[in-house]
Structures are given as structure tokens and as C-alpha cells.
Design a protein around this ligand. Structure first.
Ligand SMILES: C[S@@+](CC[C@H](N)C(=O)[O-])C[C@H]1O[C@@H](n2cnc3c(N)ncnc32)[C@H](O)[C@@H]1O
Length: 267
């Protein structure tokens, strides 16, 4: 494996137990029967009952098992062995029939020779991938002809923002930066414990994402952009009654999440 991805795998192994104990992931609520998927992806993916669904970068599988609770024949994939072990244990404990595969996304077609009705991936996945053309190729190969790819993800513009004195936010960081290295020692988005191990991230523009999917042969059905976020990405964001996080000033001015649905053509 690429040394940078191996660094990230170790980082995600360390994060797994911290995240599983966090309020953010609310494992107790999931065990009590909650569906962890948000309305956006449930509505935009549509009915999944009886369909085969591949969930890329599934972390410890709460969303994968939620798709299974909605009737999908769900398979989750992640390169963190800790995350996959926890996903399998939770799957057995709550009695969902999801399947979990331990694999680097880039190696998936070596270990999994199957085509799915739906390939799904969400929230915080693309920054971990240095090469989107190779990723889109894996997505396309894992789809049946006529199958649907769906992603809901943080908008790359969100990472350009810094809190502004006004209480809102302003674009500050490069939209077009490439590789970033973080030395570790900071808490992640879920849980208070600092994550000691370092990690790499890659920023991808919206144009790069759409072009990778189109270049792999997928036909884009829609690209939606949302002016809110599902978590507090910057300290001055506030949560509305609808559960989404926004800036108190220049509210709704900046894209914070996007979704894409694309089809693999039949011929
Ligand atoms: C932010 S999490 C995804 C979060 C997920 N939407 C959730 O809410 O649980 C990113 C996941 O990508 C996985 N990941 C990162 N790089 C990967 C790679 N190259 N192959 C497979 N999984 C990868 C990590 O192990 C982690 O579980």
C-alpha cells in the first residue's frame, strides 16, 4: 500500500474506538434501532429494499447497517481493520445481515468480483483519496450496467473557510491546494480524545470530482449543493431547529455539502 495510505490506515484504526465511544456516533441509539442515515441520502438514493448496495469507506458500519435495516443487501468496505472488526461485531450484536470487507478502496476489485445495484459513499471520504480517477474507475467497475452511484459529501469550498470577526466565515485557504500533512495530536470531529497519529489529506475541487466520475463512464443525473452542514465544521456555526449547522452571519451564502447521483449506462 502507498505509504501515505498506510499512515492514514493507522490513523483511522486509532480513531475507531474514540469515535465508537462518542456522542457524535451514538452507538447506543443505533443499537436501540435508529437509522443513522440522513434524510438527504435516504430521499436522493430512493428505495433500496431488495437491492444490492456497496458502501465505500463505511467506517464502523452504522450507515451500512442502516441501509440493511431499510431492506438493502448491504456490503461495507473500509481499510481500517479496527473499524471492520467493530462493524462485524455490531452487525452480529444487532442482527442485521450486512457484510463487511476489509480493503483499501483502490484494491477493492482485486478482492471483490461483484457488481451492485447501488454504490454509496458519504461525508468525509474524498479527502482520504489521492487519486480520484482511480477511485471513479473502482466505483464504475463495482456497478451493474444501469446501476446508481450516489455520494453526499462535504463541499470542497467548506475547507477554504475560516471564522470571520463578524461571526460568519470568509474564504481564506486555497480551493485548489493538493496534499496536506497533519502531524497529529488534535481531537478529530468525533470525541474529545486527541488522535496522536499523523495523517495525509487531499483537497479535490468540485470540477475534479465530477470530471473523474464522467471520465470513468458514469452519466451524472444531478449535482446538488447545500448551504448547511451536518456537523459543526467551524466553531462559530450554530445548529438550527432543522438539525443542520449554519453560520450566524452570511447564512446560506456558502456551499457546505454536495450530492451527486450518477448512472452507469447499460451499453
Ligand atoms: C470520515 S470516515 C467516513 C465516515 C462515514 N460517512 C461515517 O459517518 O461513518 C472515512 C473512512 O474512510 C476510510 N478510508 C480512508 N481511506 C481509505 C481507503 N484508501 N480505502 C478504504 N477506506 C478508507 C477510513 O478508514 C474511514 O473509516
Amino acid at each position: 500500500m502507498d505509504k501515505r495510505l498506510e499512515t492514514n490506515r493507522i490513523n483511522w484504526n486509532e480513531k475507531t474506538s474514540v469515535h465508537a465511544a462518542s456522542n457524535f456516533y451514538d452507538v447506543a441509539g443505533f443499537k436501540a434501532g435508529q437509522i443513522t442515515l440522513k434524510d438527504i441520502e435516504r430521499e436522493e438514493v430512493g428505495p433500496v429494499s431488495g437491492k444490492t448496495l456497496l458502501h465505500l469507506q463505511c467506517h464502523f458500519g452504522l450507515d451500512t447497517m442502516s441501509w440493511a435495516r431499510l431492506g438493502a443487501r448491504a456490503t461495507g468496505v473500509d481499510f481500517s481493520d479496527e473499524a471492520i472488526a467493530l462493524a462485524r461485531a455490531l452487525n452480529a450484536e444487532v442482527g442485521t445481515n450486512a457484510r463487511f470487507i476489509h480493503s483499501n478502496v483502490y484494491d477493492l476489485t482485486i478482492v471483490l468480483d461483484e457488481e451492485f445495484d447501488i454504490v454509496f459513499t458519504s461525508y468525509g471520504v474524498l479527502v482520504w483519496l489521492p487519486d480520484l480517477d482511480r477511485w471513479a474507475d473502482v466505483v464504475c467497475r463495482c456497478l451493474k450496467p444501469g446501476g446508481t452511484f450516489y455520494i453526499v459529501e462535504f463541499h470542497p469550498f467548506l475547507t477554504t473557510l475560516e471564522p470571520a470577526a463578524s461571526g460568519g466565515a470568509r474564504p481564506f485557504y486555497s480551493y485548489f491546494c493538493d496534499e496536506l500533512f497533519f502531524a497529529g495530536g488534535e481531537p478529530s470531529y468525533a470525541g474529545d480524545a486527541p488522535i496522536a497519529s499523523p495523517n495525509y489529506e487531499w483537497q479535490h475541487s468540485l470540477g475534479e470530482i465530477v470530471t473523474a466520475l464522467a471520465g470513468a463512464g458514469l452519466r451524472i443525473e444531478f449535482l446538488h449543493e447545500f448551504p448547511f452542514c451536518h456537523f459543526q465544521a467551524l466553531p462559530n456555526m450554530v445548529q438550527g431547529k432543522d438539525g443542520w449547522w449554519r453560520f450566524p452571519e452570511n447564512n446560506d451564502s456558502f456551499p457546505q455539502m454536495f450530492s451527486i447521483r450518477a448512472l452507469k449506462p447499460r451499453a
